[in-house]
Design a protein around this ligand. Structure first.
Ligand code: SAM
Ligand code: SF4
Ligand code: SF4
Length: 334
């Protein structure tokens, strides 16, 4: 069964945040000044159990969701994550099970993730230069460790991608080195415009390194032909290099918003359901689940929520930006 929102978009993807905790402090997501070392994350009892997440995922699968991505915070900080992956990988209809990570703990976990049934992994890496990496990510880990994690994921047989968030005057000079790394490792590399998610990352339009800037940087060493979007719900504009072996994607949420393709529902670690990355309050599913709602009750609730949906924040950014209080990215998941 497929459910359609007010703008005719069908729900296809479910993003599940498994924790709001993180061991990094990226300046575009959890700047250290706003999220100090003693920042209080959600208490354990507020977080959905694997069984509760599985219940939600099964209900969504019955409503036409075919793709699940685990995220956070940092998902690899969630204890026994492979047990959840095993459960989700067995759900009928879920053909694509992916995870986004900062890569710090990947070296030790990649094989277990693959063996549990994970198909794909996206690893965030914003710079190869150590000082710029620290500036972006808040002085944690190292590019070397993240690259080792990526190599381990590839060896384990996970389909692997790299994500790079680009901020003007900080890491624009790393676009080419990261593209060359993608080329060397044979992995698709995605460049993401710095977005105004939440209200704590001091977002300013002048700090956005746009799709146009990214392509211009890359043109020093690469020629590309556009191959459009992969599928109707893929938000990245994909390009194939004609002179090197590299595929890239650009996620241009700011310069070329793509709300008309948005087929994603988002579940936070504490069980709130969001229908837009720029939402403020989610629907509290945990109280329904812990209050005894069945899968069929949850399906009815999702149907109602999705069919009432008319989000298109990115298309209306200028009008909405001033008035919208937004949930933070580490809480909502990317
Ligand atoms: N901790 C994991 C990681 O960093 O990959 C998963 C969660 S993170 C919130 C998911 C994705 O969102 C990452 O690729 C991250 O780079 C991206 N992201 C976070 N804040 C962003 C922002 N303000 N603009 C664009 N992308 C952002
Ligand atoms: Fe960075 Fe991801 Fe942590 Fe946000 S959740 S601070 S993007 S590592
Ligand atoms: Fe989807 Fe909201 Fe992003 Fe538009 S702004 S693409 S509706 S998440």
């Amino acid at each position: 069964m497929n459910i359609t929102d007010k703008l005719g978009r069908v729900v296809k993807d479910l993003r599940i945040s498994v924790t709001d905790r993180c061991n990094f402090r990226c300046n575009y997501c959890m700047p250290i000044e706003k999220f100090p070392g003693n920042f209080k994350f959600m208490p354990r009892k507020e977080i959905l159990s694997f069984e509760e997440i599985e219940l939600v995922a099964k209900a969504f699968a019955e409503l036409g969701v075919t793709k699940i991505r685990l995220t956070g915070g940092e998902p690899l900080l969630r204890k026994d994550l492979s047990r959840l992956i095993e459960k989700l990988s067995k759900i009928e209809g879920i053909g694509d099970l992916a995870l986004t990570t900062n890569g710090d703990l990947l070296g030790n976990q990649a094989q277990r993730l693959k063996d549990s049934g994970l198909h794909r992994i996206t690893v965030s890496l914003d710079a190869l230069d150590k000082d710029i990496f620290f500036k972006m990510n808040g002085n944690f880990s190292s590019p070397k460790k993240i690259i080792q994690g990526i190599e381990t994921a590839i060896e384990a047989g996970l389909l692997t991608k790299i994500n790079m968030v680009v901020r003007k005057n900080i890491n624009g000079c790393q676009v080419l080195p990261i593209a060359h790394l993608g080329c060397k490792l044979g992995v698709e590399t995605r460049f993401i415009e710095f977005m105004d998610v939440g209200s704590k990352n001091s977002w300013d339009l002048k700090d956005v390194f746009s799709k146009k800037d990214i392509l211009q940087k890359l043109s020093a060493d690469f020629s590309f032909i556009p191959i459009g979007n992969r599928g109707k719900s893929d938000v990245a504009k994909v390009y194939q290099s004609t002179n090197k072996k590299l595929t890239i994607g650009i996620i241009s949420s700011i310069s070329e918003p793509f709300c008309s393709n948005c087929t994603r529902a988002r579940l936070t670690a504490e069980g709130k359901l969001f229908t837009c990355l720029f939402g403020r309050d989610g629907i509290d599913l945990k109280s329904h689940i812990r209050g005894g709602s069945s899968r069929s009750d949850l399906k009815k609730l999702f149907q109602k929520v999705w069919s009432d949906r008319n989000d298109q924040y990115s298309m209306q950014r200028k009008q909405l930006a001033q008035q919208t209080q937004k949930a933070e990215m580490h809480y909502l998941g990317g």
